[in-house]
Design a protein around this ligand. Structure first.
Ligand code: PLP
Length: 384
């Protein structure tokens, strides 16, 4: 497939803005904006809304997400309002015992930590938090090795991201999956900071669950996301009991013939009112665009526009993880000793460059609306 060109025209960002912060929130695609406005206006006159419409939009969205992550069946996909919601559904269906353990990475995003803290408290199982080394040499490689070494015969769950949300360190999910299988542990992935911009194939990695908030790399609106649940969760209990998630809910005249069974697969984990006639068409429009672009090409684009700026920063004493150990769409920049984060922050503000500050590092997250020029502006601002 051909390399992707710059896609700024598909967004409405102001001409001068240097927005390098998709990991915080993606800007809106024009096509997504249009779908949202149409959805909003459709409620002016509900007489055109059929009972079938409660299902068709959601199904189309499931199909687009299934295509994105190469899931076999769209019924493995649930529509969720947030990553924490999808992870709560996973946590509700995992039973642990005293003497067992679960593993997370240090400083993981809280939505992928709090459910496990609760589970640990309720069950007496311990949480092993795996820290990166304290030095920068081979940081990502050593962190991955430490995670693999920490998985033992008492491990029942590993809960990670594909990349670390704060600095883009990539976790080797193939190796981690292999090791979890050896000990019979589940693998739950928070894909919020990667899926959409970094290829993720559920048939290759085979996670037990993959949970994604939609407003970052999936280019969706706020308050909708998508989750994949593998076979382990097929017979589980959802965190809420919603009428539309029960079998035969398509028959609106029979809703009070209360039904003991759920809809198939992961549909039981859908959030209430998941037919959302504004958010669902927006999310679908976004995924259609991403499926056309493909995450592989998005990753390549980000690599291409960031390569020279990163070389310049390294020459000026900044530290950035090696390519193979991080995302190209999300990476951390650590400052040289003589520079203070406060000073750097002020310079960025003065030059109207949007990145995030996470601890003592900058988190830079470019996308297709950026060009090498944007990143060079960041470089010029940092070299003072
Ligand atoms: C890795 C990761 N997961 C999840 C979220 C958002 O979580 P939630 O959808 O529960 O608000 C973020 C937001 O920054 C994130 O970085």
């Amino acid at each position: 497939m051909k390399n992707l060109p710059h896609q700024r025209k598909k967004f409405s960002l102001p001409a001068q803005s240097v927005y390098l912060n998709c990991a915080y929130m993606s800007p809106l695609l024009k096509s997504v904006e249009k779908a949202g406005i149409q959805g909003l206006l459709s409620k002016r006159n509900p007489s055109f809304l059929s009972s079938g419409d409660f299902f068709t939009g959601a199904d189309e969205l499931r199909s687009e997400f299934a295509q994105l992550i190469n899931a076999k069946n769209k019924n493995q996909i649930a529509i969720i309002p947030s990553a924490s919601y999808g992870l709560a559904n996973a946590a509700k269906n995992i039973k642990l015992k005293r003497g067992e353990n679960l593993i997370v990475a240090a400083e993981q995003f809280p939505s992928n930590v709090y459910p496990w803290m609760n589970l640990s408290k309720e069950s007496g199982a311990s949480i092993k938090t795996i820290h990166p080394p304290s030095f920068l040499e081979d940081r990502g490689k050593i962190w991955n090795e430490k995670i693999l070494d920490s998985i033992d015969s008492a491990t029942r769950l590993v809960a990670l991201g594909h990349v670390h949300w704060a600095d883009g360190t990539k976790f080797d999910l193939m190796k981690i999956r292999k090791r979890t299988r050896e000990v019979g542990a589940l693998l739950v992935i928070d894909g919020t900071q990667s899926v959409g911009a970094l290829p993720f194939d559920v048939r290759t990695i085979q996670p037990d669950a993959l949970i994604c908030g939609g407003y970052k790399w999936l280019l969706g609106p706020y308050a909708i996301g998508l989750a994949y649940y593998g076979n382990y969760f097929d017979q589980g209990i959802p965190i809420e009991e919603n009428w539309i998630n029960r079998k035969n809910s398509e028959d609106f005249s029979g809703l009070v013939t209360y039904e003991a069974n759920y809809q198939p697969g992961a549909l039981r984990y859908d959030v209430g009112e998941r037919s959302n006639f504004i958010l669902v068409p927006m999310m679908t429009a976004a995924l259609k665009q991403i499926n056309q672009w493909t995450p592989g090409r998005i990753q390549e684009y980000c690599q291409k526009i960031s390569a020279r700026p990163i070389t310049r920063l390294r020459e000026a004493g900044y530290w950035i993880e090696r390519e193979e150990q991080r995302g190209h769409h999300l990476f951390g920049i650590r400052l040289p000793q003589q520079k203070s984060i406060r000073e750097v922050r002020a310079k960025l503000k003065e030059n109207k460059i949007a990145v995030s500050v996470r601890g003592e590092a900058l988190r830079v997250s470019p996308y297709l609306y950026n060009s090498e020029k944007d990143l060079m502006k960041l470089v010029e601002t940092l070299i003072f």
